[in-house]
Write a protein that binds this ligand. Structure first.
Ligand SMILES: [Zn+2]
Length: 387
């Protein structure tokens, strides 16, 4: 199943009064558990990879697995960068296959948050990718005790939220109304009145981070007030850890696979519980029918070259591969002697929207005019949308 446009997915949730679970994955076990949960519940799910977790895994490798897992799944999914802190990180996430990115400038002064978020929105929208911003500050670190990172909650104000959305063009907004990332000892107090006031003036899906520890009633109330995406990780991590501790009990010499055997299922069970609680189960077929699928493009150039074609192509792979929205640049040579065209470029774009920006990107213009075209006057170019 192709990835589904995350803006369409969140708008579907908002229209129909449920929230999509955005579940952070930190390993193959988590990835498989989360996707199986989506399939078992016939639900749309957002598979998230958080920049704060990159020290625990290789982002590029886990993204390759996530792309493959989403492609073979029957559930409507989106692949999302969670808590990206820079434009570079968002560009990398899109190159690796994310169709949604969060830019988290919530620890910055408001004007810097606006500038960073706007830059990510301009880049990502030109790549057909959806952006979540954050205004106000949800303290804590995903998967850790909230007491270890006792930052002050900075509440989102309705007026600032309205201005932020208008000035940045974000597609979804994470708001701070009293939740905290990680594990809490006490029951969080949520400012529902504030959430209702924000929802009144902001006409895009709202997002809640720090879902772990909220009561079922609190979740229902958040969703009733317009929350369409809920980030949920710490309880998945706790379920995984508990499964390992159970497997280790009384077996000091248990091996790695014996200890981790139950992780995938523990993650799946907790993921299924919250997907059902948030109201997403049974929605898969409507979402698939009503939301645009992600559609990648191959920009194909067949050509003959005079001079040092290898050096020119190596330079092109490096330069063109760094342009936002380009997922991969491959070059090739005809296997048959006497082929009409001896060389090719296969440039993969994240979305048809990338074509225009790519054409006018200064690095492309300089390379095309200075290196490629002077050597390759005999060429054929076609863009293909991939099925
Ligand atoms: Zn978060």
């Amino acid at each position: 199943m192709p990835l589904v446009n995350m803006r369409d997915m969140l708008n579907h949730a908002r229209r129909h009064g449920y929230a999509v679970a955005a579940l952070d994955v930190v390993s193959l076990d988590f990835l498989e558990g989360v996707i199986r949960a989506a399939e078992n519940c016939c639900a749309p799910v957002i598979v998230s990879l958080a920049e704060s977790h990159f020290e625990h895994y290789d982002f590029e490798l886990l993204m390759a697995a996530a792309v493959a897992a989403c492609r073979r799944s029957s559930a409507p999914l989106a692949l999302h960068l969670d808590h990206g802190t820079s434009l570079d990180c968002a560009v990398t996430a899109i190159r690796l296959g994310c169709n949604g990115v969060m830019v988290d400038g919530s620890t910055l002064p408001l004007s810097d948050n606006l500038t960073l978020t706007k830059a990510v929105v301009d880049m990502a929208h030109a790549c057909g990718v959806v952006v979540e911003g954050e205004l106000g500050y949800v303290p804590g670190v995903e998967g850790e005790d909230a007491e270890k990172h006792p930052g002050e909650v900075a509440y989102t104000t309705p007026g600032e939220a309205k201005g932020f959305v208008e000035r940045t063009g974000v597609d979804a907004l994470a708001v701070s109304i009293g939740t905290v990332h990680g594990r809490m000892r006490s029951k969080p107090e949520l400012d529902f009145r504030r959430l209702a006031d924000i929802a009144e003036v902001v006409d895009i899906p709202l997002v809640i981070h720090g879902g772990t520890g909220l009561s079922d009633d609190q979740f229902r109330k958040l969703i009733a007030l317009g929350v369409a995406k809920i980030n949920y990780y710490t309880a998945l991590a706790d379920a995984a850890a508990l499964s390992i501790l159970d497997a280790a009990e009384g077996k000091p010499r248990a091996g790695y696979t014996a200890l981790t055997r139950g992780v995938r299922d523990a993650v799946r069970q907790e993921a299924e519980r919250v997907i059902r609680l948030f109201g997403g189960s049974g929605r898969a077929s409507e979402v698939l029918a009503q939301c645009r699928p992600r559609r990648e493009v191959v920009h194909l150039i067949l050509f003959n070259a005079t001079g040092d074609a290898e050096a020119m192509m190596a330079k092109g792979r490096r330069l063109l591969g760094a342009i936002p929205g380009v997922r991969r640049v491959s070059t090739g040579h005809a296997l048959t002697e006497g082929a009409r065209y001896r060389h090719c470029w296969l440039i993969r774009f994240a979305d048809p929207a990338v074509i225009e920006g790519y054409k006018h990107h200064p690095d492309h213009v300089a390379f095309a005019n200075g290196d490629f075209r002077p050597m390759a006057s005999d060429r054929l170019t076609i863009d293909y949308a991939l099925d």
